[in-house]
Design a binder for this molecule. Structure first.
Ligand code: PMV
Length: 337
């Protein structure tokens, strides 16, 4: 018996940074689900015990511990899974060496397969997408936001009805048309291994001197985004999203020990974006993950202009001139024939 899903990556606008318990967020976050950057996974239940993982058809034992840990964490909710061996076949649509984390899309795809198999085996699941989000969260926090398209909120916060610590929820308040088709061109700056894993980064928030202010700020930013998203207020959107990105990196730079995940070319690109925006009036802005790559955000209506800006002023700072043109997407799809 098997199940196959394609799940996209996501990029946070208000960042989750800090966790407690079993993958519970210290602050709420909201992200755009992407479209092009995705993982396609087939999960097969086998008679023989044990876990095997193949990446692009090649046996990849280094992925086994991550999947085994995932199974351990979900076994309370899905004890049936322990009766089987698991064969995972997975493929990322973005290059393995791009420095783009595949954990959000990968864990989301795997979780969707598990919930689908549970249903096929007759184990009742009241809300399959919500259950997939809970399981994805247990695999990798931000993965819980990748089970839906568009804007997704994770973490309980007063300004978002129905928001939860346990799973992501589709953002249900008013969203201006401009944000439904937003573009995200990822500028690949550093394609190597990150200096610090996000797990270690989250941990550093436990004793961070600014933690309480930061967590309060994230709640305030989610509340502030509400009228911005409804009105399509691009200036306010760009200001808030860039502040969130720089705050994330500011928190890393002020952790103990401190660390810097931006590279010199990250700053060159940020400078280029801000100068271009100031001089041309074109609403391009940026956000950052816990890494050196820059996500260049802009409305679909500015696609042509923004693309030539990227071509001329961003690519020279990218590793081998590499970028990935992505956009807000519709969420996961089943790949069942
Ligand atoms: O899901 P994790 O544990 O890889 O953490 C990801 C955290 C950020 O990407 C930096 C922010 C976010 O909200 O996605």
């Amino acid at each position: 018996m098997k199940s196959s899903f394609r799940a996209p990556s996501n990029i946070a606008l208000v960042k989750y940074w800090g966790k407690y318990g079993v993958q519970l967020p210290s602050n709420p976050s909201v992200s755009f689900t992407l479209d092009v950057c995705a993982t396609e996974t087939t999960l097969e239940l086998t008679e023989a015990a044990g876990v095997s993982v193949a990446l692009d058809g090649v046996d990849t034992p280094s992925f086994v511990p991550k999947v085994a840990q995932f199974v351990e964490r979900i076994a309370d909710r899905h004890p049936w899974i322990l009766r089987f061996g698991l064969r995972v076949n997975t493929h990322n649509t973005f290059p393995h060496s791009s420095g783009i984390a595949s954990s959000a899309s990968g864990m989301s795809a795997l979780a969707l397969c598990v919930v689908d198999l549970a249903a096929k085996l007759g184990h009742e699941v009241a809300d399959p997408r919500q259950e997939a989000s809970v399981l994805a969260r247990l695999g990798s926090g931000s993965a819980c936001r990748s089970v839906y398209g568009g804007l997704v909120v994770w973490g309980e916060t007063p300004s978002v009805d129905g928001s939860s610590q346990d799973f992501g929820v589709p953002y249900a308040d008013a969203v201006h048309e401009v944000f439904r088709t937003y573009r995200d061109t990822v500028a690949l700056v550093d394609v190597g291994q990150k200096a610090v894993s996000s797990t270690a980064g989250h941990q550093l928030m436990e004793a961070h001197p600014f933690r309480e202010q930061r967590f309060a700020q994230a709640h305030a930013h989610l509340a502030a985004l509400k009228p911005i998203l409804a009105a399509g207020d691009l200036d306010a959107f760009m200001e808030l999203v860039e502040l969130e990105a720089l705050t994330l990196h500011g928190l890393m730079m002020s952790s103990h020990p401190s660390y810097i995940l931006m590279r010199p070319n990250t700053l060159h690109i940020i400078e280029a974006i801000r100068t271009y925006r100031r001089e041309s009036g074109v609403p391009v802005s940026f956000t950052l993950d816990a890494g050196a790559n820059v996500h260049i955000l802009y409305p679909a209506a500015f696609e042509q202009t923004a693309r030539s800006f990227v071509e001329n002023q961003v690519k020279p700072w990218c590793k081998d001139g590499r970028t990935i043109a992505d956009r807000v997407g519709q969420g996961p799809v089943s790949l069942q024939q």
